[in-house]
Design a protein around this ligand. Structure first.
Ligand code: ADP
Length: 608
């Protein structure tokens, strides 16, 4: 806290400023103005002893005056009030002691005043510990002196013997003034401090109220954003369902080659739009902390083959070599984790690798870094020989809606959300993504994931995938109940069902579906989740309560237009057996119907 000023500048403004606490300001002011009173006192004594030709006392008084002047200068120069206070207190103590024991060998009113001053001054200036120390240093010797010199009779001689009456009066007045000044000054500072504290706490309370309102507003707006996105997702996905479904239907109807090309473009664009909608939704969900990871058993090798299956075709179409290398140690290992999220991460990285590579290769590696008894540390890496990324942009590409450059956007399209989602998903698992890339030479994205290993075998072997003709024969005798309120979706499904030669009945809401269940004989229910009158979740729960056990255990597949991952738990907890995300892939729906109907038939066999 040094604040240097010019040598002849003795103003208090140099050493007291707004940033200091009230107490510090009070201490500095006390020292500054208190020194004037010290000058008055000591000068009076000096003049007096000069007239009395007390040379020893003249030297002492003059020395004290010089020291006080030096200290005053030092204070206004460096503002080191602590050091000045200590020096003053030490000098005061020496004067006090020598007054009692050496010079006058007497305790008079000035001695008493000096002791009082030192006590007050030490406490106010330097706090409790120093205050106690200086008090004891001054009080004890004086008391001892009084006890021994006066044979236990405490008489204080009011008048110092060597000094003139007028000098004594001046000193006594100056000392009392100093005492009053110290108390008055500190009481003022004390009041100001309380007032300042009160004002600070009022400010704080006001700030807290503002903060709470702001947080409330932010929460409301974030909630509104989430609601908006989820409503929009439903609204966008429903017509998209129709577009993709219709293009699937048209593709199934042996179109002419020119129509085929147009239909492929239509389907590709609709799927692209769907991917963007899903990405925005997913990012929104991650940002609002709503992501819940699953812990289910799956075959890692199988999963990797499934993820890369479609991508190999894409890479080959671009003339790229696609390599998938899986560590032998992981062959047929069943691990526990979230296959949907792992698929999402790897799919994003591989899609990018293919997208940003014009020639060369894309290599996906899965290595077992550490194989502990019930845990494996796996390193996933996706490497390509593509365009690479500038060093300076390696961080930015993980920001949402950020691509490496405008050229990337123009040339390759995309939303810039993929890597942001991947990074955040991994971070939620406490995993850091590593990137190595050189412009023109390619990139490598890698991360390590700890996965528990399942010791027991999988209970259900993966459902046998049947060929299209085979599956048609498995489905065409079925009687399906569809609960769906959307006209376009109903129309679409009617077309699929007529193609698969399936008998289907339609209910426009959940309540109607329950009614139809009571009178009809169905093999399976396809249940839309958002419906008027009674929604899909409640309708499914009501069906599970039907008195006829055969009907109550009917397989139910949820049809959901909402993002896939968060709905899963709700679907299962309301008693449904599976779900298909809209816009659904016809083959996926068909396979799920066959699997569930067959499973129910297997269950019913022994009791039949
Ligand atoms: P998008 O793929 O939609 O552009 P991403 O978030 O997946 O969004 O990627 C962000 C950016 O990172 C991309 O636009 C691209 O510039 C860069 N990038 C990602 N992967 C690669 C890669 N394998 N090679 C070169 N650049 C890449």
């Amino acid at each position: 806290m040094s604040n240097e000023a010019g040598f002849f500048n003795l103003s208090i403004k140099n050493i007291v400023f707004a940033g200091q606490s009230m107490l510090t300001q009070a201490r500095i002011r006390l020292l500054y103005y208190g020194m004037f009173l010290v000058f008055v006192s000591v000068s009076a004594v000096l003049i007096n002893v000069l007239f009395l030709h007390q040379s020893a006392l003249v030297v002492i008084a003059a020395s004290v005056l010089v020291i006080a002047a030096v200290l005053f200068k030092y204070l206004t120069w460096k503002a080191d009030w602590k050091a000045v206070a200590h020096i003053l207190l030490v000098i005061g103590t020496i004067i006090n002691l020598s007054d009692a024991f050496l010079i006058f060998q007497k305790v008079d009113i000035l001695t008493v005043q000096l002791v009082l001053l030192i006590i007050i001054f030490a406490f106010y200036m330097l706090g409790q510990n120093w205050g106690l120390l200086y008090s004891l240093a001054n009080l004890l010797p004086v008391l001892l002196f009084m006890v021994y010199s006066y044979n236990n009779i405490y008489i204080i001689d009011m008048k110092p013997e060597v000094l003139e009456q007028s000098t004594i009066i001046i000193c006594v007045i100056a000392n009392f003034t100093l005492m009053v000044f110290i108390h008055n000054h500190f009481y003022n500072a004390f009041l100001k401090n309380i007032w300042q504290l009160k004002r600070t706490s009022e400010d704080q309370a006001r700030l807290n109220v503002n903060l709470e309102t702001a947080i409330e507003k932010a929460e409301k707006s974030s909630h509104a954003k989430s609601e908006f996105l989820s409503t929009m997702s439903h609204e966008i996905r429903t017509p998209l369902n129709a577009v993709i479904g219709m293009s699937n239907l048209l593709l199934m109807g042996n179109p002419r080659p020119d129509q085929l090309e147009n239909l492929e473009i239509l389907k590709f664009s609709a799927n692209n739009l769907l991917a963007i909608v899903n990405d925005v939704l997913d990012f929104n969900k991650i940002e609002s902390g709503k992501v819940v990871f699953e812990n289910i058993r799956f075959n890692l090798m199988e999963l990797m083959h499934n993820i890369c299956g479609g991508q190999i075709i894409k890479a080959n179409e671009k003339g790229l070599i696609f390599k998938l290398k899986i560590d032998d140690a992981l062959r047929n290992r069943i691990v526990i984790g979230d296959p949907t999220r792992i698929t999402q991460i790897i799919f994003n990285l591989v899609s990018n690798a293919i997208k940003f590579t014009r020639q060369g290769f894309v290599e996906v590696k899965v290595n077992c870094v550490e194989d502990r008894h019930n845990q494996v540390l796996i390193r996933f890496s996706v490497r390509d020989s593509g365009i690479g990324i500038e060093r300076d942009n390696l961080k930015a590409i993980f920001e949402p809606f950020t691509q490496e450059s405008i050229t990337t956007t123009r040339k390759y399209g995309g939303t810039g959300l993929g890597l942001a989602i991947v990074k955040r998903l991994l971070e939620l698992k406490g995993v850091q993504m590593e990137v190595n890339s050189k412009p023109g030479q390619g990139s490598e994205f890698a991360f390590n994931l700890d996965l528990p290993v399942a010791t027991e075998r999988l209970e259900e072997p993966a459902a046998k995938v049947s060929s299209s003709d085979d599956s048609d024969s498995q489905i065409n005798h079925l009687n399906i109940l569809v609960a769906e309120d959307n006209m376009v979706n109903t129309m679409l499904m009617k077309k699929f069902f007529s193609k698969w030669q399936v008998k289907a009945s339609f209910a426009e809401n959940g309540e109607r579906a329950i009614e139809m269940m009571q009178y009809g004989n169905f093999d399976i229910v396809l249940m839309d989740l958002q419906m008027p009158v009674l929604n899909g979740f409640d309708a499914a729960m009501e069906i599970r309560k039907l008195p006829d056990s055969q009907k109550a255990s009917i397989p139910i597949i949820a049809l959901t237009a909402s993002a896939l991952t968060d709905i899963r738990e709700k679907v299962f907890s309301s008693g449904m057996n599976d779900y298909v995300s809209k816009p659904f892939k016809p083959e996926e729906l068909k396979q799920k119907i066959i699997t569930l109907v067959n499973r129910k038939a297997m269950f019913n066999q022994p009791s039949a």
